[in-house]
Design a binder for this molecule. Structure first.
Ligand code: PHE
Length: 468
């Protein structure tokens, strides 16, 4: 029997897959992909996205799973175990989730608020939306710092509870129910969305290829946009997949998982498109992305559905809540796992409960701070040319540390230590062709694409329009 990770191990391959797919499928799938696909050339965007998933997504997922399982450590010590100089990659992978956890929890709190509001409408109580304009309702909510902070705190307490229960009894048990439920709810919402009168315009917006983008410059833009989206959607470059990989049994086939996870994530993103965009068009609204699309546009759609509105609203925001919480759990577990390694290393002792509570407190402080900023509505001083603290934390993580970390990791395994992961990748599965494919892509394809993603992110955050 192969050596087990002291922190724990997944009980089954199914549980591991559900946890990892749940981690990948998050707000990015729901509010980023459908819109970017519509704007980025429809079917062409989808094709480019799929090619990138095969050349970069699968390869990076395999790399992260393999270094996690090989080292049996959280992200910091996982990369340090390869080479001391690679500690920086691990450090970035530990800092990114520390930046993300606060704002992601605030957004998770928003989903609880909307669950409550739609339930209130369904039961005809005073805490429903009660016919108020969706835009005004959303503004009234997020500018009310205290209310937003309370929902953030509730969301963080839920995550902390799941993490404190442990890998098998907490994360795995929860995800094994939540992730399949998410897919089932998506299908139900799609059935309603595409049968609304006028919904086909939305389907057309998403799918019809825009051949005018078929110029060299157009294609580069599509690659930068699709690459950035894929990278965020698979949560690459921030230790999540490394952490979850460190709990995988040595008997499991990493190659199979590395294909299934990105494919399931892509299917979820396309399904999310069919669940949202047609309904937006049917209601005569314009699609957009980000919080506005989820909490204003779609709430307007539910309001226009009459008596059935709150039922679909409840179902939909429950879906968004599940997508957010399984992702937030993975972010928190990445922090906790690495912090457990650090305490173990320095104090020769660690406790999941103690570390979870400590990291939970950190998340609470950050989450309350981001909530009090109220999406920049309270005149807090802002930095780095951003207009909200959500954007600043997002810039530091998704905008810089994550793509730099992923770029460096591909250089590490493609150029500095080629073949380092070969034995781990072949354990319990085939070697040969897959290894050649992996080593070719991580050397020649991943680094330039990650560089493009990095430039694309910087350009987007600072409004530089390098990619049109
Ligand atoms: N992968 C998640 C999504 O698609 C986003 C995410 C990225 C969550 C990084 C946590 C950390 O929404």
């Amino acid at each position: 029997m192969a050596k087990k990770n002291k922190k724990g191990q997944w009980g089954s391959s199914f549980g591991f897959l559900m946890a990892t797919v749940g981690a990948a499928v998050g707000l990015g799938n729901l509010w980023g992909f459908p819109y970017k696909m519509g704007k980025g050339g429809g079917f062409i965007f989808l094709l480019v996205y799929l090619v990138l998933v095969f050349l970069v997504g699968i390869v990076m997922t395999l790399q992260e799973l393999a270094i996690g399982r090989k080292s049996g450590k959280g992200v910091l010590y996982a990369y340090k175990s390869v080479d001391k100089r690679a500690s920086a990659i691990g450090l970035f992978g530990w800092l990114s989730p520390l930046f993300i956890i606060g704002f992601y929890s605030m957004l998770g709190g928003y989903t609880i608020k909307y669950l409550a509001a739609n339930l209130g409408d369904l039961l005809n109580t005073s805490w429903g939306i009660n016919g108020m304009d969706s835009g005004e309702y959303f503004t009234a909510f997020y500018t009310n710092s205290y209310e937003s902070a309370v929902y953030t705190v509730v969301f963080i307490l839920l995550i902390v509870f799941i993490i404190a229960m442990g890998i098998r009894n907490g994360i795995e048990k929860f995800s094994s129910v939540a992730t399949p439920a998410l897919f089932i709810m998506l299908i139900i919402v799609i059935a309603r969305a595409v049968t609304l009168p006028g919904a086909m315009d939305g389907v057309r917006f998403m799918l019809v290829p825009d051949w005018s983008l078929f110029t060299p410059k157009g294609i580069i833009n599509v690659i930068a946009s699709a690459g950035g989206q894929m990278f965020f959607s698979l949560s690459l470059g921030m230790g999540i997949t490394v952490t979850y990989g460190s709990y995988v049994s040595k008997d499991d086939d990493l190659q199979e998982s590395a294909v299934l996870i990105p494919i399931a994530d892509t299917i979820a993103a396309v399904l999310a498109g069919f669940a949202t965009i047609p309904a937006v068009f049917a209601a005569g609204l314009d699609p957009g992305q980000g919080p506005g699309m989820l909490f204003v546009t779609l709430q307007t759609v539910f309001a226009s559905m009459g008596a059935a509105g709150p039922v679909f609203g409840l179902l939909f925001y429950f879906l968004v809540f599940i997508a957010a919480i399984t992702s937030a759990v993975s972010v928190m577990e990445t922090i906790v796992s690495t912090t457990m390694d650090i305490t173990e290393h320095h104090l020769k002792h660690t406790s999941r409960l103690g570390v979870t509570i400590g990291c939970g407190l950190f998340a609470l402080i950050e989450g309350v701070f981001v909530s009090m900023d109220g999406l920049g509505s309270h005149g807090f001083p802002q930095i780095f040319n951003q207009s909200t603290w959500l954007d600043t934390f997002d810039l530091l993580s998704e905008g810089t540390l994550m793509p730099i970390g992923a770029l460096l990791a591909s250089i590490l395994f493609g150029w500095v230590y080629p073949g380092y992961l070969d034995d781990e990748i072949s354990l319990g599965s085939r070697g040969g062709r897959v290894l050649r494919y992996f080593n070719f892509c991580i050397k020649w394809i991943v680094p330039p694409i990650m560089l493009m993603v990095l430039l694309g992110q910087i350009s987007a955050f600072f409004g530089l329009k390098w990619f049109g």
